[in-house]
Unconditional design. Structure first.
Length: 533
């Protein structure tokens, strides 16, 4: 495979105006290159430029950057102009074969109709559960062809892997290719929690624990997940049911033959769960009986979702490329990504998402500009994903339509929310690695920081409590395909999360600068490392 640069890029790179601007820049900013021992490009990552990016991307003018809106289109154009100015080249081809920064993503907006059902077949007996009353599709649950998804179920208890505390629901049971059924809550023995107080409290909170349970199911190659809430969580059912009937975004490609679907996740009401789990001896309504993971013999589940399509539209990922400089490594890739979208308007309030995720976009923009100053061994993709909110659609589409071979992606660095403090780690940038490469990638993150970034805030990578952060953003789409992926964040816990009050004036710009420098260090280290996992 040969990576060729567009002729237009070669022509643009020698324009006299560009040469003049570059010369003036070097003359007026000699200290960046002549003073100190810091990596030369890294000091171009400044608070002032990060602030400019975030104040624009997080402005009322863009109306919350909802995919398919004019505000999102303006944000995408801004990103493309910044990538071009930084010297990154377009590599995605449009319908006419011309290189562009915009990767088209086809969406549809649809409802799940009331005739949707879950059929449970046990031998010759069949039970039908009703959408809204007894089951609800959750995140990504529309991601399968023609609205039909089926498989054999395995009850996996609480779906927890806390091996350090002597608990692993996946021990000695094969869930590969099966639909995993997971109970909410936490394990008890003789009326007392089995796990430590800290872990027990963490897993009792569904929102905290959900991504960790999801990642365990994915890591064990399950085909889908059914979550039966504990009684406390089940009280939310009356609020959840109407919400899931609202129009939802869906990739049109899910309905194409041969296209891979994302991991379906469903809620099953405890009443229906009691019927399904009758043979296991555990009753999720009374929460009585022993929770023992086991296959459900001779049982087949079939979800039939009736889609009511309301609208079809086009949105875009924004993609910039830096070709590698090493003849042997340039056909291998490092992907650095952040989601560009947010939640649009709520009533008359713009959901500006300054931290979520204008901060991440600004951080990788500045890292891209620094990386372009001195191309490294492997080639770098900088990608601004659409549709992360509510489904990770843009990153799923990018992975599904990667312009080269997925096996040649050596590492993905995903960046989501790097502008505020998190309660557990107030003065930190978090580098979160997946469990299967926890030791190797955590060391890689810390070494890149020590050698190049010198981030002044503490960089957490080895902390055992970071597991709950992983899997809640675009990194999961790469991880599912077997691509090593890390998450850079400062946490999701501040009071303005998903509120109109997530504004640029609340951003910690020192922290964003440190995160951006760490991202740059990770990118160029991965681009040159002989082996890093």
């Amino acid at each position: 495979m040969q990576i060729s640069m567009p002729k237009s890029f070669l022509c643009q790179s020698i324009k006299p105006a560009v040469i003049l601007i570059a010369a003036l820049w070097v003359i007026t900013m000699p200290s960046l290159f002549l003073e100190g021992k810091e990596d030369k490009p890294i000091v171009t990552i400044t608070k002032a430029e990060l602030r400019d990016h975030i104040y624009y991307l997080g402005s009322d003018f863009l109306e919350g950057r909802l995919p398919g809106s004019e505000g999102y289109a303006q944000a995408a154009n801004y990103i493309a102009s910044q990538l071009k100015a930084a010297g990154l080249i377009p590599l995605i081809k449009d319908k006419e074969g011309k290189e562009t920064y915009f990767q088209k993503v086809d969406f549809m907006t649809c409802r799940i109709g009331p005739s949707s059902t879950l059929r449970v077949k046990k031998g010759q007996q069949e039970t039908v559960f009703v959408f809204g009353e007894q089951f609800l599709p959750l995140l990504h649950a529309q991601a399968f062809k023609d609205g039909c998804f089926e498989g054999e179920p395995v009850f996996i208890g609480y779906g927890l892997e806390e091996t350090g505390e002597g608990w692993n629901d996946y021990d000695n049971i094969d869930v590969s290719g099966k639909i995993v059924i997971v109970m909410g809550g936490t394990p008890m023995k003789d009326g007392k929690p089995v796990l430590s107080e800290e872990k027990d409290n963490f897993h009792k909170n569904f929102m905290q624990s959900a991504s960790q349970r999801l990642m365990s199911a994915i890591n064990h190659r399950a085909s889908g997940l059914i979550f039966i809430p504990d009684q406390q969580t089940a009280k939310m059912w009356s609020k959840l049911a109407p919400a899931r009937n609202r129009p939802q975004r869906r990739l049109k490609s899910y309905d194409q033959e041969g296209k891979k679907a994302f991991f379906p996740v469903f809620f099953l009401h405890p009443d229906a769960g009691a019927e399904l789990l009758k043979e296991t001896g555990f009753d999720p309504v009374s929460e009585k009986g022993q929770v023992i993971p086991m296959p459900l013999e001779d049982v087949r589940l079939t979800f039939d979702l009736d889609y009511e399509i309301e609208r079809e539209y086009i949105c875009h990922n924004v993609v910039g490329f830096i070709p590698g400089s090493d003849p042997d490594l340039k056909e291998e890739f490092v992907v650095i990504g952040a989601h560009l979208d947010h939640l649009g308007m709520r009533n008359e309030d713009a959901m500006n998402g300054a931290d979520d995720n204008a901060s991440g976009c600004a951080a990788i923009l500045e890292a891209a500009e620094a990386a372009a100053m001195s191309p490294q061994g492997r080639s770098l993709f900088f990608v601004f994903f659409t549709g992360e909110e509510g489904g990770g659609h843009g990153s799923f589409h990018f992975v599904d339509n990667f312009p080269f071979h997925l096996k040649d992606i050596r590492l993905t660095i995903n960046v989501d929310m790097v502008g505020r403090n998190s309660k557990p780690f107030p003065e930190a940038v978090l580098g979160v690695a997946p469990d299967n490469l926890k030791r190797e990638l955590s060391e890689f993150i810390e070494n890149a920081n020590t050698d190049i970034a010198h981030v002044h805030l503490k960089t957490y990578a080895h902390e055992k409590d970071l597991g709950g952060y992983y899997g809640g953003s675009d990194e999961v789409m790469f991880h599912m395909r077997g691509i090593p992926a890390i998450l850079i964040t400062t946490g999701y816990s501040h009071a303005d999360y998903h509120k109109p009050s997530d504004e640029p004036d609340k951003i910690n710009y020192d922290k964003v600068r440190e995160a951006s420098r760490l991202i740059y260090a990770l990118a160029i280290t991965a681009a040159n490392a002989e082996k890093f996992y």
